[in-house]
Design a protein around this ligand. Structure first.
Ligand code: SAM
Length: 260
């Protein structure tokens, strides 16, 4: 299973190089993700992007904020190679270092970073026990009082979205065969059990409503098969002004590491 996932990401890096498509074709969703993460970053902080792929997001954050330090790790050496190539061409405000590593065993000391984030990385781990290892590692390397952001895909909003699709006779959406969307119920219970404060940013629900339901109900929009469908664009704009609804598969858990 892990070899299959590893090979998939190595191939994505080879095929798409520095493009966002190496991680996902949905440019509007990626923009919403990056903006959401950015809303938790500020100047002077040290940041770790866990599962950084080709560095597409981290390089943007390091350009937009003068960070004390920024690190990106990914288990695909090819992704890290692409990240370093993109870094060589980029003008940055902050020092960046990319390296190969596994979220389940991070090669950093305890309490090193102010902000640690993942975007669609835990969902690559084969089961909840492995996902907990990744969650614990991200918390371990965060400073007390620092923030951990898990911007991931979740099971419950997928079920809600599919319930709406069924009303209109549309086929259900499914996970990639190797993804294991996180269950909000599991994550809530786990974070409560380790006495961690958290909030959830539902930053993509209206975008999902437009791009994964309404667009399929408009006959004219069916001629646009890709993510650049005009309906996606419209709902990407709407999402900037309104949010909520809990049908956005991508959501972000913002966790505050306790001071002691
Ligand atoms: C969906 S992509 C997301 C990439 C990036 N976070 C982004 O937002 O563009 C998932 C990334 O996680 C990496 N990955 C998968 N399993 C991993 C693991 N166990 N440890 C570290 N990285 C992993 C993959 O190589 C891939 O680059």
């Amino acid at each position: 299973m892990m070899d299959f996932i590893y090979n998939f990401w190595e191939n994505q890096a080879e095929k798409y190089g520095a493009s966002h498509e190496a991680s996902w074709g949905d440019v509007y969703a990626i923009d919403l993700e990056i903006n959401n993460i950015a809303s938790h970053i500020s100047e002077g902080k040290s940041v770790l992007d866990v599962g950084c792929a080709n560095g597409f997001a981290l390089i943007k954050h390091a350009q937009n904020f003068k960070l004390a330090e920024s690190n990106g790790i990914d288990f695909s050496p090819k992704m890290v190679e692409m990240a370093n190539m993109a870094l060589a061409k980029a003008e940055n405000n902050s020092p960046i270092h990319f390296s190969v590593g596994d979220i389940r065993c991070l090669d950093f000391p305890d309490a090193k970073f102010d902000i640690v984030y993942t975007t669609r990385v835990l969902i690559n781990l084969p089961n909840w026990q492995e996902q907990i290892k990744g969650i614990d590692e991200c918390i371990r390397v965060t400073k007390p009082g620092g923030k951990i952001i898990f911007s991931e895909a979740f099971w419950e909003p997928l079920v809600k979205l599919n319930a709406l699709r069924i009303i209109f006779g549309l086929p259900s959406l499914v996970e990639h065969d190797f993804n294991r969307y996180l269950k909000k119920s599991n994550l809530n219970a786990y974070l409560n059990s380790i006495k961690t404060e958290f909030e959830v940013n539902d930053f993509s629900s209206l975008y999902y409503l437009g791009s994964r339901l309404i667009r399929d109900l408009i006959p004219e929009s069916k001629t646009f098969v890709g993510y650049d469908n005009p309906v996606n664009k419209i709902f990407h704009n709407i999402e900037k002004d309104f949010s909520g609804g809990d049908v956005g598969i991508q959501q972000a858990y913002i966790i505050k590491k306790p001071l002691s």
